[in-house]
Write a protein that binds this ligand. Structure first.
Ligand code: SF4
Length: 421
């Protein structure tokens, strides 16, 4: 795991520790909760964990509750086993995450806050613990935060389990020692969260951005990246690109530029697609890389999503149906089993995918794939199920001839199935 140096001119705000530790927290105490949340809304900061909600608005919901006990949680649990962006962030810039979480807790009125990390992230956990220990010793955190009279107890919570723990409601259950299955939302954790109390949950990258915004101002943040989703994102680059690792990328950067910044294709490789978003991500073919920006909106337009932050470069030696079927199988295996359409539907999707790989698929399988994918997405209790069809659907959309070499086509409605040529 390493950081890939970004090209000159690309803002690097998440992986750069604050110039003056705790300056942001002092600003939060001076400005007060309402002004702090307004600053985040003015900055246009959206959650980096996939939901894309405005962070300031999310905090406002928890802040508005008159519950006697509230919590703040930093989600550093990485669901995708091939992604280490949270880990790198916590090892390089735990200060910004701790400070952002403290800001969240003080803004919403929480007296207790947790940073959840994968249990194997021992180095990251140690870095966080050292910061918290020193902050309590110096009166920055603890019974009297910077002499404000506010109390804030913070701790690291290592967690171990399935990929589902990354989902917000599962994370809160795992923290409480309960079975890790998602809950129906609403109510959202903002109102009914950890131990049934209002809980603000933010991804660690979101919290690092909070610290930067409070220190540098909303206007400066809005200048970075895509104006509709400003800031930067940590992208995990792997596959057939020269440099593998984590790169901090301004939102809105075209995918082709990211691939070039990662050194371009490995020797002898020709990139035929990027898989964006992890195991339930979408394939973006080579001819769309220059015109597709790395942003929630830009990726959604081509059937992909930011997801886990993974960018996997796929070269000409890879059979798209094989990769798509394998990813679908992984998603089916990881489904928690709580709801039947997901438990059974994702398994059937994986079987359809395998029939394409084995050359046993017929026209009815194209039709079934689209119909089942629509059912699975419509009935999803959580994002895991909703997004599981993405590799097969985008694979079929952009690489149809690899799935059905004879040119069998089907309308999505399933009403017409015929042969093209
Ligand atoms: S949709 Fe799938 S992963 Fe989500 S709760 Fe239901 S069974 Fe579990």
């Amino acid at each position: 795991m390493k950081q890939i140096a970004a090209p000159k001119g690309w803002a690097q705000l998440l992986l750069t520790p604050p110039a003056t530790p705790w300056a942001a927290l002092r600003s939060v105490l001076a400005a007060g909760p309402a002004a702090t949340m307004q600053t985040l809304i003015d900055a246009g900061l959206r959650g980096r964990g996939g939901g894309g909600f405005l962070t300031g608005e999310k905090w406002r919901i928890t802040a508005a509750s008159d519950a006697d006990v509230k919590y703040a949680v930093a989600n550093g649990y990485e669901s995708d086993p091939a992604v280490f962006t949270n880990r790198l962030l916590l090892e390089k810039n735990a200060q910004a995450v701790v400070e952002g979480l403290a800001a969240a807790a003080l803004a919403v009125g929480a007296r207790e806050a947790f940073i959840a990390v994968r249990a194997e992230y021992t180095e990251a956990a140690r870095a966080i613990e050292a910061i918290i220990h020193n902050a309590e010793r110096d009166g920055v955190l603890g019974a009297n935060v910077l002499g404000s009279g506010r109390e804030l107890i913070m701790s690291v919570r290592p967690l171990q389990g399935s990929s589902m723990i990354g989902e917000e409601t599962v994370l809160l259950k795992a923290l409480a020692g309960k079975r890790g299955q998602p809950e129906q939302t609403p109510p959202y954790p903002s109102t009914v969260g950890y131990l049934g109390k209002p809980t603000v949950v933010n991804n660690v990258a979101t919290l690092a951005a909070v610290t930067w915004i409070i220190s540098n101002g909303a206007a400066a943040f809005k200048q970075i990246g895509d104006p509709a989703e400003p800031g930067t994102a940590l992208v995990q680059i792997s596959g057939s690109l020269t440099n593998a690792g984590v790169m901090e990328v301004p939102t809105g950067t075209p995918l082709a530029e990211i691939a070039a910044a990662a050194g371009g294709p490995t020797k002898g490789a020709t990139i035929k697609a990027l898989l964006i978003g992890g195991p339930s991500g979408g394939f973006v073919p080579a001819n769309l890389l220059a015109s597709t920006p790395y942003s929630g909106g830009g990726l959604a337009a081509v059937g992909a999503h930011i997801g886990s932050g993974a960018l996997l470069a796929v070269d000409q030696s890879v059979a798209i149906p094989e990769l798509a079927a394998m990813l679908t199988r992984w998603c089916a295996d990881e489904a928690c089993g709580k709801t039947i359409p997901c438990r059974i539907g994702t398994r059937r999707l994986a079987e359809i995918g395998q029939r394409f790989v084995d050359g046993l698929a017929g026209p009815q399988d194209v039709q079934k794939l689209h119909a089942l994918a629509a059912d699975v997405a419509d009935s999803a209790l959580c994002a895991h199920e909703r997004l599981t069809p993405s590799p097969l659907l985008t694979g079929m959309r952009y690489f149809e001839r690899e799935f059905v070499p004879t040119g069998v086509v089907a309308e999505k409605s399933g009403a017409v199935v015929g042969r093209s040529e």
